[in-house]
Each structure stands twice: as C-alpha cells, then as structure tokens.
Design a protein around this ligand. Sequence first.
Ligand code: NAP
Length: 224
Amino acid sequence: MEQERFDLPQLGQDSSRTYRLGIMGGTFDPIHNGHLVAAEQAYDDLNLDLVVFMPAGSPAFKQGKKIASGEDRYAMTLLATSDNPHFVASRFEVDRPGITYTSETLRLLKEHYPQNVELYFITGADAIADIVRWNNSASIAKNATLVGATRPGYNLDKAAGAIDSSGIDFHVIYLEVPALAISSSYLRERVAKGQSLRYLTPDSVTGYLHKHQLYGAKAGKYAR
Ligand code: NAP
C-alpha cells in the first residue's frame, strides 16, 4: 500500500550528518502526560532530532475492542503536542487502511527518508515484551531501534527473555519514566466517574474529550 500524501516532517537534508527520528507509537486512547514525558525523556536521553507521535489507526492487538475513533485520538494527540517545537503529530497510521502493522510503518518510513535518518520506535515496554508476535518482527529489528518506556519498578525479565529467545537481533533500549504511573485506562475511568483530569493530561485534551463526549464524559463537566 502506498500513501500518496505524507504529513511527515522533513529530515535528513544535510548528508554529512546522521539524524535520529523518534516514532512514538501507541493507541493514545487518550494521550496523557505519561506519554508526553516519555517522549521528552527519549528526545533528551537519546539525542533525537524530533519525535513524531503516530496514533495507530487500527491497532493490531485491539481488533474487536471498543476504542475512540482514529480522528478523535489524532486530534487529541495534535492538541497535546502542539506547543512543543520538537514534537509532531502525524496522521500516517490513522490514514492507512486496514490493520496498523508497525513493520509496514517502519518500512514506509525507511523508503521515505534518506539513509542518514535513523529510526527509534518508542512505545510501552509491555507492548515490546510481545514484539515477537507482531507481524514481520524481523523487519522491525532491521529498520529501527526499539525504545521501551517503563514505570519505575517494572520487571524487565519478561520483555528481555522474549527478546533474547527470539533469535532475532533486536536493538532495544529501556527508559524508566516515573510519569508512566499514569495510564490511558486510569484517565478513562476518571472521565466516566466525572473526576478531574487536571495535571494528568493537557487541558486542551480534557476540553476536547468533554466537548466530544468521549469515554462517557458529560459536556461541561471538566471545568472543576
Ligand atoms: P498497549 O498494549 O495498549 O500498551 C501496553 C502498555 O504500554 C500500556 O501500559 C500502555 O499505556 C503503554 N504504552 C503504549 N504506548 C506507549 C507509548 N508510546 N509510550 C509509553 N507507554 C506506552 O499498546 P498499543 O497501544 O496497542 O500498541 C503500542 C504500539 O505498538 C502501537 O504503535 C502499535 O501499533 C504497536 N503494535 C504493533 C503490533 C503489530 O505490528 N502487530 C502489535 C502490537 C502493538 P497506555 O494505555 O497509557 O498508553
């Protein structure tokens, strides 16, 4: 499948240097401060040039599960990232029909960017622990370094064990992110109970999900 139009940032113009592009992959249902802090930490610690947030259009392991639409998840991601000069939100996966396979995303990105752009795929360490079950995971290993964001105290044995026994040469970096005590499911539960999301996600996201009555939100209830 070829995507005719890309909303991807330009990178790789200076052929005398290497660029490092972070791809923040997730369902972002909804995006929260844990995701934003994780991306900022990856940007700093790994010397990334930019981080592109890419909400999955139709997440592979969430088929048949109820999630907010790609448009809503993209809109909230756009709002949450809009004031950070090295964050970009992209429709790249939301606009691709069919199940969202990371291997396909990374293959298309590799084709799109010049060779001096290196890809860092950032997501939750729980998701990475399962990567051997992902579609064409050997090609993921070839095209990107994986960055697994963890909560403090997270036991890496499962992820490390699965990766070590896979026989595939994955490059994985783990980042401990205290703010990942926040989760999307915690936010959804709070919204449904009419509780405040202040300091858990940007106010613009809170406003959006109430305006569009996502996750059982009642219009107007958020201003508390
Ligand atoms: P998930 O199973 O919903 O998430 C697992 C854990 O990781 C949750 O605790 C989640 O917290 C956290 N998490 C998810 N994305 C994160 C991020 N970018 N930064 C920090 N923590 C994150 O995972 P998912 O959202 O379905 O998938 C994650 C990514 O892996 C997506 O880009 C997806 O397309 C890709 N993936 C690909 C395949 C495949 O190609 N076959 C299969 C599975 C996943 P929150 O709920 O708070 O986000």
